[in-house]
Design a protein around this ligand. Structure first.
Ligand SMILES: [Zn+2]
Length: 155
């Protein structure tokens, strides 16, 4: 249960929006590496995702990273972009953890509307969630193994 919760925090961070707490959790993963890889695969199979990681910044909620070949990349989101409006809500003074519900609602609809700012240029985006492909899942598992499981774990 605890492990599932920790993984779920980690995966939320990977898929839609990371927090500093999420990043810390990721480093602490002490589960058996094989078991952990299997759990991640089970949780990600058929998951809808955008492929964007969000963080709190001085300017508001910002894009920290965009996964290659993800809906976020195809929508031309880039690291450093500020997300001002999400699903019609002004999120300029909110923190990432406060917008989880908006993202969940968008996920149910299958698409998310956001207005972003980059170097003073405002862009409206309507991004469709995609189902995660096997290659994408492989990359996430590999990245997690590298990040959170020391060599001693990988017998
Ligand atoms: Zn793990």
């Amino acid at each position: 249960m605890t492990q599932t919760r920790r993984l779920s925090i980690l995966l939320m961070a990977l898929i839609i929006g990371g927090t500093m707490a999420g990043a810390e959790e990721q480093k602490k993963c002490s589960a058996d590496a094989k078991e952990c890889a299997r759990t991640i695969r089970e949780m990600l199979a058929g998951q809808k995702y955008l492929g964007v990681e969000l963080i709190n910044s001085k300017k508001g909620i910002a894009v920290k990273a965009v996964m290659p070949q993800s809906p976020a990349e195809y929508a031309r989101l880039r690291a450093g972009d500020i997300v001002m409006i999400l699903e019609g809500h002004d999120i300029s003074t909110l923190q990432v953890r406060e917008i989880k519900q908006y993202i969940e609602d968008a996920k149910k609809r299958g698409r998310v509307m956001m207005i972003t700012r980059r170097n003073g240029i405002i862009t409206r985006m309507d991004i469709r969630f995609a189902v995660m492909q096997q290659a994408q899942i492989d990359k996430i598992v590999a990245a997690h193994m590298k990040e959170s499981h020391s060599r001693q774990d990988q017998h």
